[in-house]
Design a protein around this ligand. Sequence first.
Ligand code: FES
Length: 116
Amino acid sequence: MPEFTYTHLGPKEVDFVAVGAADELANGQRLFVEIDDYSILVFNIAGEFFAIGDICSHDNGPLGDGELEGNEVICPRHGARFDVRNGEVKALPAVVDIPAYPVRVVDGQIEVGVPV
Ligand code: FES
């Protein structure tokens, strides 16, 4: 499992924070959120929601400005790729995974879990 994948953490190990209505984030769209000190990107990919850190591990590039291709986001600065489902690095020049956070939908609200 990639180093910073928090998606498997249980409800006692993360704080879930509501970030927006699920029906307002359409397929293929993204949402930028700040939770505590975390800058997080939330994606809707084919009706499933995923959350990753919004900073490229290569040189702090703005991943949220990058294109989405399948399940991978491409850093707009030098082209590194990351799997949005688990934060795993998929292409150079980055070599370090990025964080991936658990996401759930409760009462129509997307909630992102950050480690406590
Ligand atoms: S900052 Fe993202 S690939 Fe270099």
